[in-house]
Design a protein around this ligand. Structure first.
Ligand SMILES: Nc1ncnc2c1ncn2[C@@H]1O[C@H](COP(=O)(O)OP(=O)(O)O)[C@@H](O)[C@H]1O
Ligand SMILES: [Mg+2]
Length: 455
């Protein structure tokens, strides 16, 4: 298998253990002869009847059998097929646990699968130096640098109403078709960062192509590494897309870079974990999700953020946006709940706003960044607060106003909101090809509020 993952290349195994396929059921394969030296998360090779190698991961043990789930399809695998496991010494084993990825700085501009193989037809990917662990732990909290300076996201609604610092992690809550991919493309192109790493988990093949070609475009792709596992791939592949993207982001962060990580979506990542958990025998708990999902999710999300502080106190940063699919208006959905609790802010996109034709369809009143107001100047905070108050008044009153039940002059606060709200809406509206810096965003809001004040 010509890939950048789980390939020895750097260190030679001390031996190869051989086992046999003794059973197949659902998504898993039972292997004999490997139990004594393997653990959950280890990768084994299974050789099909035609000799083709399939990588599988051990997900459970039952009696003296190792239960493995293949990354590819089970096709061609039958009872008696050979399975091998490469033995390493303990130090190597620790370094390689859960698989590694050898990222290279030249990977920007490329689209790869979760195994680190190129899928854009543009030739091989150069392997990098040190292998990155796919299932790395987050940096030690005590040694981790603090959040960096304010980051310019290039999108007015976010720059103003969810102002972020480098290393911050946000959730993007949206239903399908409300403009999530378009916004992510805008962020990849507009954000003032060194590299963008984008994970597309469980999207359809057609959507991936549209995203790369239309939303990202050549300009966005040039500074991005895109990791893709489409919806037709195995749950392990979909899970791994998130880890591969995270490992790539960590590689750039450890070089001191400011990285933007966009993950679409953590919901599909959790669904992949659910499929893996259930087929390895875990019981379903919260709405069909086994408990391991909610242990694994924070471990992934925590890895984004600041890196270890260098001698000069500086560090690379992973600023991350994790999308969460919100179907209907289901706030009790367990993934939504879990993500909301872990991250440092959330952005809510609403169908109602998209239907009214205002894009990006962000409900700024329901969106928030936990680092605000600390990262803005006092004048900027005052401006945003004023705009929020006006929008909120308008939100409460607009039905009455439209029905003609409100008489102008009754309440100066409402009068002002009526005047100002359309101008703020115009500030929030932004075409997909348009870019607005932090400074331009605040200037636009200032103009919107002052103009309408004199109207
Ligand atoms: N900034 C924007 N300006 C104009 N239209 C937009 C914008 N963002 C989204 N749209 C419209 O919404 C549609 C769906 O957007 P998309 O990003 O594909 O949504 P999602 O990824 O949430 O399914 C697009 O085809 C486009 O017509
Ligand atoms: Mg989309």
């Amino acid at each position: 298998m010509q890939d950048a993952v789980a390939r020895p290349g750097y260190d030679v195994p001390v031996g190869v253990l051989e086992g046999r396929v003794v059973g197949l059921s659902g998504l898993t394969v039972s292997l004999s002869g490997l139990c004594d030296f393997t653990g959950v998360g280890d990768r084994v090779s299974i050789f099909g009847l035609d000799g083709r190698e399939t990588i599988a991961e051990i997900v459970a043990f039952r009696a003296d059998l190792a239960i493995a789930m293949p990354y590819g399809s089970l096709e061609g695998i039958g009872s008696g097929c050979k399975a091998t496991f490469q033995l390493f010494d303990q130090e190597q084993r620790r370094k390689r646990a859960g698989g590694t990825l050898v990222v290279n700085a030249s990977w920007t501009g490329r689209v790869l699968d979760p195994m680190g193989r190129p899928i854009d037809g543009r030739g091989p990917l150069l392997p990098g130096g040190t292998p990155q662990r796919l299932h790395a732990s987050p940096p030690d909290a005590a040694l981790r640098a603090r959040l960096g300076p304010r980051i310019d996201l290039g999108v007015r609604a976010l720059n103003l109403f969810a102002t972020c610092r480098q290393g911050q992690r946000l959730g993007l809550f949206a239903g399908s078709g409300v403009g999530k991919s378009t916004l992510m493309g805008m962020l990849a192109r507009n954000t003032a960062c060194d590299v963008a790493v984008i994970a597309l988990v469980g999207e359809r093949g057609r959507e991936v192509r549209e995203f790369v070609e239309d939303d990202l475009g050549p300009e966005g792709l040039a500074k991005s590494v895109v990791v893709v596992a489409t919806s037709d791939t195995s749950p392990l592949m979909r899970r791994e897309a998130a880890y591969t993207a995270m490992a790539a982001a960590e590689y750039f962060r450890d070089q001191g870079k400011s990285v933007l990580l966009l993950m679409d979506s953590v919901t599909r990542f959790c669904q992949a974990l659910r499929e893996i958990g259930l087929s390895s025998g875990e019981p379903p708990a919260t709405r069909g999700y086994p408990p391991s999902v909610f242990a694994e999710l924070p471990r992934l999300l925590e890895r984004a953020g600041p890196g270890l502080a260098g001698a000069d106190g500086k560090a690379g940063q992973i600023t991350a946006m994790f999308s969460v699919l919100v179907e209907g208006d289901d706030h009790n959905e367990p993934v939504t709940d879990a993500v909301r609790g872990i991250l440092d802010g959330h952005v809510v996109m609403e169908r109602r706003i998209a239907e009214s034709g205002r894009y990006p369809a962000i409900n700024v009143l329901r969106s928030l960044s936990r680092t605000v107001p600390g990262c803005n100047s006092a004048a900027e905070n005052a401006l945003v607060q004023e705009a929020r108050a006006d929008l909120s008044t308008w939100d409460e009153m607009q039905d009455m106003v439209r029905l003609g039940a409100y008489r102008q002059g009754t309440d100066p606060k409402v009068d002002k909101a009526i005047r100002v709200a359309p101008a703020i809406e115009d500030v929030l509206r932004q075409g997909r090809g348009e870019k607005a810096t932090l400074e331009e965003s605040f200037a636009a809001l200032r103009t919107a509020l002052s103009k309408s004040g004199s109207a």
